[in-house]
Design a protein around this ligand. Structure first.
Ligand SMILES: Cc1cc2nc3c(=O)[nH]c(=O)nc-3n(C[C@H](O)[C@H](O)[C@H](O)COP(=O)(O)O)c2cc1C
Length: 245
């Protein structure tokens, strides 16, 4: 058999297929079920204002104009603009039983990720790393200060990270999805994530901003910056956002 077929990627796809007559078996034992979202109750908070959704944007134009933009300017975003961006990312749009449904779909409505935000240039918000509290629509400061250099280094030195007004960082909450989908979870988590990231790109496009998805980074450098264990919760994806000339 070709060597690449024995690698992790091919084995993972084969081992997580659903078959009509054979249930997906594993030896994972019982998997604890974590809370549906994290909160940092002792953190200083920035309450995001209600997003102003009254301004319309043409979906077809946004789809046609969406691009990954790496040359953003040093101009800050306003708090209102940040609020709209975060709402586009993970705004709550309905409730279904205990599930808080969002602007993006998620397998089993589990939303197996957490959203963090590095604020570099936003009016009224001090620089720092924040956790986005989805239920309260608020930012919780987990590390105050300028982390632009550290983030850029963790992002393989890509200048797009240094230039960004904000960098959204998502972590995968593995157990939130594994309790239901077991080994297949790692198929669904990146699918969920892709929807969210596209929402950010479209929201950024609608406001005339530039954004760039970032998949190339040193995972554990980001895990350390966020203070997460890199196993049950581990960095998954980033996107930079900033104003354009
Ligand atoms: C999963 C994923 C990872 C990516 N990682 C990076 C990255 O690390 N750095 C970067 O500059 N662009 C990155 N991109 C952006 C792609 O380069 C870009 O989407 C592609 O060139 C197509 O261009 P467009 O988005 O402007 O249509 C990534 C895109 C995706 C979907």
């Amino acid at each position: 058999m070709a060597k690449y077929k024995q690698g992790l990627a091919c084995k993972y796809v084969q081992g997580t297929k659903y078959h009509r007559n054979r249930p997906l078996m594993d030896d994972l034992g019982s998997i604890p079920s974590p809370s549906s979202f994290k909160t940092y109750p002792d953190a200083e908070r920035v309450q995001l204002p209600e997003p102003d959704l009254s301004q319309s944007a043409d979906l077809w134009q946004c789809l046609a104009r969406r691009r990954s933009e790496r040359n953003t300017t040093p101009d800050p975003l306003s708090l209102g603009e940040l609020s709209k961006l975060m709402w586009g990312t993970q705004g709550i749009t309905a409730r279904a039983g205990m599930h808080l449904l969002r602007t993006a779909p998620s397998a089993g409505a589990l939303y197996p990720f957490e959203t963090y935000l590095y604020v570099d240039k936003v009016e009224e918000v001090p620089k720092g790393i924040y956790h986005f509290n989805v239920a309260d629509f608020a930012l919780e400061c987990i590390k105050a200060g300028d982390f632009s250099q550290a983030l850029t280094a963790a992002g393989l030195g890509q200048p797009v990270v240094r230039r960004a007004a904000v960098v959204i960082i998502w972590t995968a909450m593995m157990l939130r999805c594994m309790t239901k989908y077991r080994e297949r979870a790692m198929r669904y988590i990146p699918m969920d994530m892709g929807h969210v990231c596209q929402n950010v790109q479209l929201a950024a496009t609608a406001m005339g901003f530039g954004s760039c998805p970032i998949g190339a980074f040193y995972d554990d450098d980001f895990n350390e910056l966020l203070g997460v264990d890199g196993q049950e919760e581990t960095v998954l994806y980033l996107i930079t956002v900033g104003k354009l000339r």
